[in-house]
Design a protein around this ligand. Structure first.
Ligand SMILES: NC(=O)c1ccc[n+]([C@@H]2O[C@H](COP(=O)([O-])OP(=O)(O)OC[C@H]3O[C@@H](n4cnc5c(N)ncnc54)[C@H](OP(=O)(O)O)[C@@H]3O)[C@@H](O)[C@H]2O)c1
Length: 287
């Protein structure tokens, strides 16, 4: 039996865990901060319910074949405490998080053992262990042996595994969408704010900075990405609340570092200024 530990059982971790638990060939343990009795995930294909083994203390964890990390990016230090116990010689680690720094966020793990994952599965947590998966969605991973092995884990699930020869570009394309979403966190208004022409131009500016830095990092990004991102926000549900907006509304920490500050930080490396992303991040930090 393949042993899997899911670290972080919020919206994404719970959804992934629920699907993997449904496969009797997989032995799934949940590594949670907040415990719960039952795991319930409402999916587009029906409800999944289970009572998996759940640990809350990293010191009680044993090595596994796969670790799936699905904490928020700012909880990497807490996730690392689990990795210290779960990872042994043959363990592979999949990082299901936003941003473009999946590997550097976990410097203690040999990069050849990490599968970085771009997540496109909209999901929301209603309560600990109680999640709604809005769309079947996909996971984008870099082509290679570790990713092939990761994809096998999902063979019996409806989740689409996309293997790409240019994962870096896929990650920066997602970052382009995410960095523009900061306007909702700043204005506390949902995605429909993109119909405001001045806000739309601000979003294009945020994305243009992302494109410049992404290109310097090696991603292949067209100039048209800026317009496409705005169009995407305009054609989606106007009342949609992105995660950084939701985090601000709830008074939680935000992923501003992984979504906007990263553009500023990596820009410095290439002598590229990113004043709009810097201002957005500064205001979010000061709010
Ligand atoms: N949700 C989406 O639709 C979506 C879509 C695409 C990408 N993503 C990305 O996926 C990643 C995960 O997002 P999410 O929405 O699933 O976040 P989330 O709902 O906030 O879940 C994160 C989970 O990590 C847990 N956690 C934090 N520190 C921990 C620790 N030290 N040990 C064990 N568990 C710990 C949290 O515990 P508590 O229960 O105690 O808070 C929470 O259950 C993020 O990078 C996000 O940007 C999310």
């Amino acid at each position: 039996m393949t042993k899997i530990a899911v670290v972080g059982t919020g919206a994404i971790g719970a959804t992934i865990a629920a699907w993997l638990i449904a496969d009797p060939a997989l032995d799934v343990t949940l590594c949670a901060r907040t415990p719960f009795e039952r795991l319930r995930v409402q999916t587009p294909d029906g409800d999944l319910e289970s009572q998996p083994l759940l640990l809350t203390d990293p010191d009680t964890a044993d090595p596994v074949d796969w670790v799936i990390v699905a904490t928020k990016t700012y909880d990497a230090a807490g996730a690392s405490r689990w990795l210290d116990r779960l990872v042994h010689d043959g363990t592979r680690v999949a990082i299901l998080q936003n941003g473009v720094e999946h590997l550097s966020r976990f410097p203690q793990i040999d990069p050849s053992r990490i599968v970085p994952v771009v997540v496109d599965i909209p999901a929301e947590r209603r309560a600990p262990g109680d999640v709604v998966q809005r769309r079947t969605g996909s996971l984008t991973i870099p082509a290679g042996p570790a990713s092939d092995a990761f994809a096998v884990l999902f063979a019996t699930t409806p989740i689409e595994l996309r293997l790409t020869d240019d994962w870096l570009t896929a990650a920066w394309q997602k970052l382009a969408i995410n960095c523009a979403g900061v306007v909702s966190a700043l204005t506390l208004k949902p995605a429909g704010i993109a119909h405001d022409p001045d806000i739309a131009e601000l979003m294009r500016g945020l994305v243009r900075e992302c494109i410049a830095v992404g290109r310097a990092e090696g991603a292949v990004l067209d100039d048209e990405v800026a317009d496409k991102v705005v169009e995407g926000y305009r054609t989606g549900p106007a009342d949609s609340i992105n995660s950084i907006h939701a985090d601000r509304l709830a008074g939680r920490e935000t992923e501003i570092d992984a979504r906007n500050e990263v553009i500023v930080r990596l820009g410095v490396r290439h002598g590229i200024d990113a004043p709009l992303n810097r201002m957005a991040a500064t205001i979010i930090r000061a709010s």
